[in-house]
Ligand binder design. Sequence first.
Ligand code: FAD
Length: 541
Amino acid sequence: MNSGLLEDASFNQSPAFGDVDLFAADRPLVDAATRLGLDAEALSACGRDYGAAETLDLGRIANENPPKLRTMDGKGNRLDLVEFHPAYHALMAKSIGHGIHAAAHDGSAPQAPLGSRAVRLYLATQAESGHLCPITMTHACIGALRAEPALLEKWQPRILSRTYDPRALPWWEKDGVTLGMGMTERQGGTDVRANITQAVTRGDHVEITGHKWFMSAPMCDAFLVLAQATGGLTCYLMPRHRPDGGHNNIRFQRLKDKLGNKSNASSEVEFHAAYAERVGPEGAGVRTIIEMVNLTRLDCAIASAGQMRIALSQAVHHIRNRTVFQRRLSDQPAMRAVAADLALELEAQVALVFRLTHAADHAASDPREAAYARLLTPAVKFLVCKSTPQVVYESLECLGGNGYTEDLPLARYYREAPLNAIWEGSGNVMALDVLRAAGRHPDAAMDTLSRLVRMASQAFNVAPLAQALERTLKSAEAERRARFLCEGLARIAALAALVEAGSPFATLYGETRLGAGHFAQFGTADLGNAEIGLMDRALAA
Ligand SMILES: Cc1cc2nc3c(=O)[nH]c(=O)nc-3n(C[C@H](O)[C@H](O)[C@H](O)COP(=O)(O)OP(=O)(O)OC[C@H]3O[C@@H](n4cnc5c(N)ncnc54)[C@H](O)[C@@H]3O)c2cc1C
């Protein structure tokens, strides 16, 4: 055998994916940002930062070195500390530096505060998703803390700070803080009214005793916690330290062993008369925390869109650089059909997600945008988060056997993919929430639906589907058919978002997603000569 054979051979492998401007390479994103009037140059800098080979590698390292819980020291003293790898801290510092934890509230992007930050979240999640759990909760907690202005005023300067300070010190001694949230208990997650954790008033504060079955990012400086008070379920802010500087009685029992999301710590925790302060009126816990949950649900959709994007980018990069049977994979008709079909899905879902951030940004001043945000937030979370495992899986397969190995990040993306659909309200809960929103504000919901139908029908006639949705919604079958209603609404909204964006792919999306004869697997749709354009936009050179 020629000893130089292996040294000299070209192994036909695609080069490593990295040092990519994740913003500029993503034409559907650039278009969305342009529509929102955002600063493309600043977003490009953010895209280069998260797309740097070094940053992508931090994502790998942070997940290969998961956090460790230290409940006690060697002498039996309580510590309740979680230790993270430096790669995790580097990612936290980066995302706080980009303001993803609070920029929507600091006036830095007045024309589209949620939209501008949403683009950064979408870019950040492409490097690593787990660290964004405390980042997104910190951003969203501000929504709930508005119910208690004095408390918000105290905490706000440190929440808005762009300095990441991981030290386990009382919050008032730190340069920046992060916030988490504890709602879910063993006997009831979705059904938070079943919560048994109790709050007892002690002068100007309460002491909370009970547990949370899931409480992620336990190293946060404070947590929004739901507990039962005399007046009913109430929201509280529970800091890691008591006002006298001592450790609060928050005892972490263990960290969850999860399918994915390895870089993020998710704890089981007990509270033993832990100090907390009330947020919002007693008995109004759900109403108060829902202000947070609406923001985290939006984040789930944005982040899932980012997860799909990075998987597709890796796939397109690979098939452009790998040859089979003397032809690049990206020129093989059957492969092009798959990649273009995935790209078409992303065109629509990216347009939809950023249309929703626009509605959320204008909800306070425009009742129609408020109605859109109310009805569409659960529907968009449902569609986008539920599409993610399928899109990631199909992208993974584009890399063949390599895609299935732990040496490439696709396996990690795949494990992460189902999570956003579960937390902040699982699939059925989102579908039922659409029904609830339509039931509470029927006129506004019907107005939103007819406006979406008018817009969408410019590209594809959705009137028959809309009539079926309306009939089902008003029937006794609505609850049983909740997923049909939810996905139908989200698909019409996605088509409408493409039309509103002036996309040349709107009709194709309508025909292949809402027309007859469409199958479920990616690559089965007939996209004709739109394929190359779609792929070019998915990962622009
Ligand atoms: C990694 C991870 C981290 C998490 N971090 C946190 C955290 O930091 N803080 C926190 O509070 N929680 C956290 N959670 C919990 C998460 O929000 C809940 O698991 C989720 O809301 C579902 O609640 P549950 O697990 O109790 O399931 P259940 O509420 O029991 O739901 C089980 C299933 O039933 C469905 N269902 C519920 N109600 C209905 C209905 N009326 N009709 C039909 N179907 C229904 C749901 O869609 C779901 O599929 C985390 C979860 C995970 C996986």
